[in-house]
Design a protein around this ligand. Structure first.
Ligand SMILES: Cc1cc2nc3c(=O)[nH]c(=O)nc-3n(C[C@H](O)[C@H](O)[C@H](O)COP(=O)(O)OP(=O)(O)OC[C@H]3O[C@@H](n4cnc5c(N)ncnc54)[C@H](O)[C@@H]3O)c2cc1C
Length: 637
């Protein structure tokens, strides 16, 4: 199959407008004749469901939490980017576009990124109209702060709870449509398969997580808004329930998986404290606006931070990257922290950490200002570590956080399976090899509020009256597959817990496909993962049965999928013989230890086709073209 990305031609600033004009429309009276399934109710799925229902489509929205409001988007802390230029500091749609293409290390599509920058303006207007309480200046104007990879302030925020406030906005819009009968909401339903009829997505199979009931659902199109797969590393900043199951099942049914090795390791999480920890906690990137990152100059220095004099501290980001300082992009800040720790400058009980210090900012601005800006983050830090960050520096270390890879989609957000659309973190679309801070919320909401509601019409318009019922044989087959798999998991009755195997997988992935990757390590991982998968299917013990709430069974199904995805990630990382963004192959680095791209050979999206578990997948390449931002060695000096 040739990948048709459907990227429009013409001047970049007109492409989205022109494309919208060229697309077919479904007239208002006909929209109510179409049913759309949306899996996921986070910022992407919630906004898409509400917007499509508002247009008139009949939407069924599914999530595995007990309410749409608990989607993982609620965890987003720091903010959302938009090129409004309220601070009058030189921002523009073009600058946001430029920063994002460069920040992604020239591995994203220019047309998508430009559209994202344009739509960023609409998102803020939409959210404000919904009553999202963004922080304001004394004058009443919406306030902005800075995030990594930018020299302007363009990040809108609501203290450290931006995701929660945006999600409440989307949820209100969703609840309104539920009330009007245009959205049917199905919480505690986990999608376990997508149903294809004559090659087109026509429905899904779900399992009710409270009762175990397996059910068929038919529609005219299916949308996946199911989030990212950082939990493949076991320890990550993501919620424990985050998983790849929906995307992976779609992949096994023909949706190509793009750039699976592009994962983001966030530089500022609270360091791991012990062996039994199951999650890591993020300290928002916004803290780098005022916090200064440093380590002791002397390796192995054990003194408490307060006893290390100024001239014996190494503010290594400010030293190495004077232009951006502590606000370099995440991939660069994370690698620099790792390097400091590897060279023996780590701090804290485990020595795997660096300081994030607010002493100077408190002296300059006063404690009350810092409290206003980051109060809830400081409280959270103190609760977890017992240290008061107003008095002693925070300790931070990089942690798996976000996945730029995901299901391949074209400009209309449609996967390689017709009728299957993918939005938000679940797709690969806009961030290239590294996502800039505060741009995931922007992308999820652009997809959900403003892109998909138009593009889905282009797919549906010629399909009037072509309904398929759940009595079609394809539904029975999919349902059987789901039931067999549940039965198989329960029947193993081995000796290992699901968590112990997932944890082991996480260690392999962190060590061999994490912040630094080498051909040797990846080849080892490619031997270890299938062995671990075999161990899982022969020796895992899933407690309980399938007729009531069974967390062990839920986790087992998700871990089984991670065990397959992990192999694809390593294969992709091995195949990409260059370094770019978050993908750092130790063999390809500059003399100064920065990522060394090989544009002549690797300026493409790697889209993988599944050929069966344990079988070589097929690589399809979508070439990337840069007409506007010419690829160069990224510099933040
Ligand atoms: C701690 C933290 C802080 C962050 N802070 C920021 C920030 O400040 N700014 C920023 O831009 N980004 C931030 N991010 C990233 C951002 O929050 C996410 O990328 C974004 O919220 C993802 O939204 P989504 O709608 O794509 O997916 P999610 O919010 O993860 O939603 C996924 C949905 O899919 C459902 N689902 C998944 N699988 C299934 C299944 N099989 N069946 C049924 N339902 C399913 C879930 O129930 C859920 O409703 C942060 C991330 C983390 C972890």
């Amino acid at each position: 199959m040739t990948l048709d990305s459907k990227i429009p031609s013409g001047p970049i600033e007109d492409r989205w407008d022109n494309h919208r004009f060229d697309m077919k429309l479904v007239n208002p009276a006909n929209k109510r004749k179409f049913d759309v399934i949306v899996v996921g109710s986070g910022l992407a799925g919630g906004s898409a469901s509400a917007s499509m229902a508002e247009l008139g489509y009949n939407v069924k929205c599914f999530c595995y939490q007990d309410t749409a409001r608990r989607a993982h988007s609620i965890a987003a802390q720091g903010g959302i980017n938009a090129a409004k230029n309220y601070p009058n500091d030189g921002d523009s749609i073009y600058r946001l576009f430029y920063d994002t293409v460069k920040g992604g290390d020239f591995r994203s599509r220019e047309s998508n990124v430009y559209r994202l920058s344009q739509l960023s303006l609409n998102i803020i207007d939409q959210a404000v109209a919904q009553g999202v309480p963004f922080a304001r200046e004394y004058s009443g104007m919406l306030d902005n702060r800075s995030f990594g990879g930018a020299q302007v302030s363009r990040t809108f925020y609501a203290r450290g709870q931006t995701g929660q406030q945006l999600l409440l906005g989307a949820y209100q819009a969703l609840a309104r449509q539920v009330h009007k009968g245009k959205v049917e909401m199905y919480p505690r339903h986990e999608m376990l398969d997508v149903v294809l009829v004559e090659g087109e997505a026509r429905g899904i199979i779900t399992r009710n997580l409270n009762t175990g009931e397996v059910k068929r659902w038919a529609a005219d199109a299916v949308v996946l808004a199911t989030g990212g797969y950082s939990r493949v590393f076991y320890l990550s900043t993501n919620a424990m329930g985050c998983n790849v199951t929906a995307a992976w099942r779609a992949h096994k049914k023909g949706a190509y998986f793009a750039n699976p090795c592009y994962t983001q390791i966030h530089p500022t999480a609270i360091p791991q404290a012990g062996e039994h920890q199951s999650k890591l906690t993020l300290m928002s990137e916004s803290l780098r606006n005022d916090g200064r990152i440093w380590v002791p100059k002397k390796a192995g220095d054990d003194r408490p931070a307060g006893q290390i004099p100024e001239d014996e501290r190494d503010y290594y980001l400010e030293r190495r990257y004077p232009a951006f300082g502590n606000l370099v992009p995440r991939d660069i800040a994370s690698r620099a922290a790792k390097q400091m720790v590897d060279e023996g400058h780590g701090v804290g009980p485990t020595k795997v950490g660096v300081f994030l210090d607010f002493e100077e900012a408190i002296g300059r601005l006063g404690k009350h200002v810092i409290e206003e800006r980051y109060g809830n983050l400081f409280e959270m830090y103190e609760k977890i570590t017992g240290d008061d960050p107003y008095k002693t520096p925070m300790r931070i270390y990089p942690a798996p956080h976000y996945t730029m890879g995901g299901l391949w989609v074209d400009y209309e957000l449609q996967s390689t399976v017709p009728g299957l659309f993918v939005i938000g973190e679940a797709n690969f679309s806009d961030h290239g090899a590294n996502r800039l801070g505060a741009s995931a919320l922007m992308q999820g909401l652009a997809d959900g509020y403003f892109v998909l509601p138009y593009t889905i019409g282009n797919y549906l318009a010629p399909r009037m009256g072509q309904k398929v019922g759940t009595d079609h044989a394809a539904f029975a087959e999919s349902e059987q597959y789901v039931n067999d798999r549940v039965e198989k998991l329960l029947a193993i009755q081995g000796e290992r817990t699901v968590d112990s195997i997932h944890r082991e997988l996480g260690t392999v992935m962190w060590e061999k496909c994490g912040m630094a990757r080498s051909a040797e390590g990846l080849e080892e991982a490619l031997e270890e993962i299938p062995r671990l998968r075999e161990e899982f299917w022969s020796n895992v013990r899933v407690l309980g049965d399938d007729e009531e709430v069974n967390e062990s069974l839920e986790k087992a199904g998700r871990t089984a999928d991670f065990l397959e995805l992990a192999e694809l990630m390593c294969r992709d990382a091995l195949d990409r013989e260059e370094s770019c963004g978050g993908h750092f192959r130790v063999e390809y680095q500059t003399e100064e230890g920065e990522a060394l791209r090989r544009d002549d050979e690797f300026t493409y999206v790697a889209a993988w086709e599944h050929n069966g578990v344990g079988k070589e997948p097929t690589l399809h390449k979508e070439p990337l073209e840069f007409e506007y931002v010419k690829p160069s060695q990224r510099s933040y000096k």
